[in-house]
Structures are given as structure tokens and as C-alpha cells.
Design a protein around this ligand. Structure first.
Ligand code: PEP
Ligand code: MG
Length: 536
């Protein structure tokens, strides 16, 4: 078993036998010619034939793959038009054969494109120039030589794949593309994206991989040649999960999260930064239920300014285009330490100086974040949520701080919205006083990760306690139910944003207990939507 790593140009997993692409060899010899006019005419005849073929390929590609991808053949025809002057000049001046003149022109053009460092798209077109030159040369020699027939579905391996080769391939037989050269801008990559199959480029797989079993992992950008049994089994499982996800995507994207009897549940995504937004869209989340804002602080080597934070929150609000985004204020301490905060070493960090406790003692940090959040609120639909609440006074203090910030912004004529305010329910204390807390806020979001830790008195970081860690412990489930009921007694909507929110074994219970929102990692959204849509 050997792993070769390159660049992934499209993600996904493929398992199958590896087949090397058979190239139609174009051997070009330099030969002296007497009648240069006849040679130039021979070039033009072949060029005309090539142009007709390109036209036919363009039509086939438009039918099979799509208009955008078919445009590459128009690009080929344009390159070919630009060949004339150089080819004719080489034939006339050097009195040599048209094949050699075409090959030389293509080499020169490719060298020129290779030098275009500031234009990766044009650099990636070198293969196209050679491809079109090969076509003309083949046509001068009677044409043919493009067939690649496979008897089973294969992982297709090649140095590089020319667009004309990919178009003439029987695509139903290709599980993945792996090229030793090429770029993520190449047509193979574009084709792979269109076909929705994994593709790797710049991956140094040796020729003797031909015929062996392979696993293409388009997530890590690698191919495993000759995998052992355990690896094969684990990838088969991953592949099945991927296929199920794809199926759900096709089936459930754009559909509502609603039970058969018409109860709608807000299915939101948890994100840790702006980079996760594409997963939110891809998995069709109706909003963001937990934006862990600490990423801004963790990524920085000093306190992020109001302006920096404002830009980040504004981006999220705008990208979500009016969908609800719940931003949780700074939650550091315990497992998330940041040097420039200079927090003292603690005996029990999980029970120590963390989250809202830091914000309520270092008010400048808190105020800066709240100002950034309120300023960004004018650009979308932001909710503000406070973590690690245990007491009513803490929530009251947070609300007072929000009032202060809003008054300041109003005074400065800076636009903002009156964002809904929520708290995380992640301590047993908060569960027990949920009725009082609900009076103060618009929503609760249950942080089951910490709620489990504090309810079961079990360190969520300590792997060796696994045996004592019961994710479905009746005390945790009871706490969740109590929180939902308390919230509803006071018109406060209740969601779950801890890991348990995505647990498929509990979805039905949560819905039956009245949960209003479930927020989870984006990849869990469609599987959970499926469960809810099948519920009565
Ligand atoms: C939680 O505690 O459940 C939660 C969502 O917050 P975090 O995991 O960031 O502590
Ligand atoms: Mg937490």
C-alpha cells in the first residue's frame, strides 16, 4: 500500500481499478520539402478538417457536459487560427514539412503561455495548444487514434488530460481523474466538477500503478495504491456515507424541514469562521445557530479591533442574505487559551475564568465586540448570544451593556438593529433557573457539550473517562426537556447547538419535546432534515 499526494481539484471518494490513459502518439519528423506551396495547402486542408472536428466536439460537449465546458473547443479553434502566420513562415523559410512547422509553432506558443506567471488561467492553456496541434498533425496523417475503451469503471490516470480526450471518453466508465501534471484550473478539473467525481492533479503516481486497486481521496488530495483490507473497508464506509449525503443533497436540498403534520423546525449550522460559510450554503442550512466568534481572537496575536470584528460580522450577515445568524460572544478560557489575554493558570480551568466571566470583568473587550456586532446588525439578521450563563444578574448585566452600546451608537448616528438576545444554557444552574432567565431573553440555545460536562461532572476533554461519559444520560435529557418547557412558558424559543443536536437517535425526542431550532455542523443538516420530514 502506497499513498501519493497531490492537489485535489475536486473532492469526493472513489474506489476502483487504476487505468492509464492511452495516448494517441503523434510522432513528428523534420523533413525537407521542395514544393512549399503544396505543403502550405496540405496544412490548410488539415486545419479545416480539424476545425470541423472541433465544431463537432463542441456540440457533443455542450450536449454531454454543458455549454460552459464546451467553450474550450472554441478556444482551441482560436489558437488554431493564430497558428497560420508562424506555420506558413516556418514552412517557407526552412522548407520543411507542415507537421514539423505545426509542432514547432505549438511548442513556441506553449512556452509563451508558460511564462505568463501572472495569469494562471493562460498558463493552464499550454495543454490545449499541444492538444490542438496534435489534432492537426493527426489529420495530416489520416486522423484517428482517440479511442480509450474500458471494460469496467476505472480511476483514470494520465500525465495530463487534453480536453479533446476527456470529451471523447466514455464518462460513465470513469470514477475519478488523477493526473501527474495539470492544475486545479485545467479542463480535467472543470470536467470533474461537472461530473461530480473526485480529481487530483500534480500527483506523482508511477506507471506501474496500472491495473492495481486504488482509492482516490479528494478531501486529502491523495491516492492510495494497493490499499490493505482495513483501509479499503474504512474507505468503503466513507464512500457509502458520501453517496448517502449526495443522495440526500439531490433529494432534500431546497425542501423545508417540516414534520408530516406541519411542524417546522429551524435547522441551522454551527460555524467557526467565515471559511465555513460555503458549507452553510452547500448543505442548505436555514441560518447559523452558533457562530463561535472566538476564532477572531484565536487567529490574532492581539485583541481584534472593533473595525476588524465589524468587517467579519458584516461579511457573515451579508453572505447569509437575511437569514438569521446567531453570534455567540467571546467564549475563551478552559480549553481555549489565548496568550495575549494573559490569563492566570488555574487549578480547575473548566470551572474557572472563562467566557462571560471574562467579558463581565474586562468590559472594554466585551464592549468592543458588542459595538462591532450592533454595527454589523444593520447589514443582515444578527442575534447576539451569551455563553456560560449561571445567574440572572449576569444576563441583566449583558443586557445593560447592550443598552449602553445601542445608546452610544444612536448618539453617534451609526445604524443598528435591535438584535434578539439569547443565552446558552450549558450549566445545570441555568437549567434550574430557566424560568427566570427566559423572562429576560428572546431565545435559549442549549450547549449540550458543556451541559453534559457540568451535569455529569465529567471533563469533556478527558478521553480516559469515556466509560463514564453517557451522551444520552437521563439527567442531561431531562435538563434539555426542562429547558424547552421553561422557555416555552415565557415565549422564548429554544434550540440546541451542542453536538447532541445532530444525534439522529434523539431527533424525534427533541421534536416531540417541542424544540424550535437545531444547530449542528453543516454536514449533519440534510440527514436530520430527512428524519424530521419522515416524522408524524
Ligand atoms: C456547547 O458547550 O455545547 C457548545 C455548543 O459550546 P462549545 O462546544 O463551543 O463550548
Ligand atoms: Mg460551551
Amino acid at each position: 500500500m502506497t499513498t501519493y499526494t497531490g492537489k485535489a481539484s475536486f473532492k469526493g471518494i472513489a474506489i476502483g481499478r487504476i487505468a492509464e490513459m492511452k495516448k494517441a502518439e503523434t510522432i513528428v519528423r523534420r523533413e525537407h520539402v521542395e514544393d512549399v506551396d503544396a505543403e502550405i495547402a496540405r496544412y490548410h486542408a488539415a486545419k479545416e478538417q480539424a476545425q470541423q472536428e472541433l465544431q463537432a466536439l463542441q456540440e457533443k460537449a455542450a450536449r454531454d457536459i454543458g455549454e460552459a465546458e464546451a467553450e474550450v473547443f472554441e478556444v482551441h479553434a482560436m489558437f488554431l487560427d493564430d497558428f497560420d502566420d508562424s506555420v506558413e513562415n516556418i514552412i517557407r523559410e526552412q522548407r520543411i514539412n507542415a507537421e514539423y512547422a505545426v509542432a514547432t509553432t505549438a511548442d513556441n506558443t506553449a512556452a509563451m503561455l508558460a511564462a505568463m506567471d501572472d495569469n494562471p488561467y493562460m498558463q493552464a492553456r499550454q495543454g490545449d495548444v499541444k492538444d490542438v496541434a496534435d489534432r492537426v498533425i493527426r489529420d495530416m496523417n489520416g486522423g484517428g487514434g482517440e479511442a480509450n475503451a474500458f471494460s469496467e469503471q476505472v480511476i483514470l490516470l494520465a500525465d495530463d488530460l487534453a480536453p479533446s480526450e476527456t470529451v471523447t471518453l466514455d464518462k460513465s466508465m470513469v470514477l475519478a481523474f488523477v493526473t501527474r501534471e495539470g492544475s486545479t484550473n485545467s479542463h480535467t478539473a472543470i470536467l470533474a466538477r461537472t461530473m461530480n467525481i473526485p480529481a487530483l492533479c500534480q500527483t506523482p503516481v508511477p506507471k506501474d500503478a496500472e491495473g492495481k486497486m486504488g482509492i482516490v481521496d479528494g478531501f486529502s488530495g491523495s491516492i492510495i495504491v494497493d490499499p490493505d483490507e482495513a483501509t479499503l473497508e474504512s474507505y468503503k464506509k466513507k464512500l457509502a456515507e458520501e453517496q448517502e449525503k449526495q443522495r440526500l443533497l439531490r433529494e432534500l436540498k431546497g425542501k423545508e424541514t417540516v414534520t408530516k403534520s406541519g411542524r417546522k423546525i429551524k435547522l441551522y449550522a454551527n460555524i467557526g469562521g467565515i471559511g465555513d460559510l460555503n458549507f452553510v450554503m452547500e448543505n442548505d442550512a436555514a441560518g447559523v445557530g452558533l457562530f463561535r466568534s472566538e476564532f477572531l481572537y484565536l487567529q490574532s496575536d492581539n485583541y481584534p479591533t472593533e473595525e476588524e470584528q465589524f468587517k467579519a460580522y458584516r461579511t457573515v450577515a451579508e453572505m447569509l442574505a437575511g437569514k438569521e445568524v446567531v453570534v455567540r460572544t467571546l467564549d475563551i478560557g478552559a480549553d481555549k487559551q489565548i496568550d495575549y489575554f494573559k490569563l492566570d493558570k488555574e487549578e480547575n480551568p473548566a470551572l474557572g475564568y472563562r467566557a462571560i466571566r471574562i467579558c463581565l470583568t474586562r468590559e472594554e473587550i466585551f464592549k468592543t465586540q458588542l459595538r462591532a456586532l450592533y454595527r454589523a446588525s444593520a447589514f443582515g439578521n444578527i442575534d447576539i448570544m451569551f455563553p456560560m450563563i449561571t445567574s440572572v444578574w449576569e444576563v441583566q448585566k449583558c443586557i445593560d451593556m447592550c443598552q449602553l452600546v445601542k445608546a452610544e451608537l444612536k448618539h453617534q448616528d451609526i445604524p443598528f438593529k435591535d438584535c434578539p438576545i439569547g443565552i446558552m444554557i450549558e450549566t445545570p444552574a441555568a437549567v434550574l433557573i430557566a424560568d427566570e432567565l427566559a423572562e429576560l431573553v428572546d431565545f435559549f440555545s442549549i450547549g449540550t457539550n458543556d451541559l453534559t460536562q457540568y451535569t455529569l461532572a465529567i471533563d469533556r476533554q478527558n478521553q480516559s473517562l469515556e466509560k463514564f461519559f453517557d451522551a444520552h444520560h437521563p439527567a442531561v435529557l431531562k435538563a434539555i426537556r426542562m429547558t424547552i418547557e421553561a422557555g416555552h412558558r415565557h415565549n422564548t424559543w429554544v434550540g440546541i447547538c451542542g453536538e447532541l443536536g445532530a444525534d439522529p437517535e434523539l431527533t424525534e425526542d427533541f421534536v416531540n419535546w417541542g424544540i424550535d431550532e437545531l444547530s449542528m455542523s453543516p454536514s449533519s443538516i440534510l440527514p436530520v432534515r430527512k428524519i424530521i420530514r419522515e416524522m408524524d
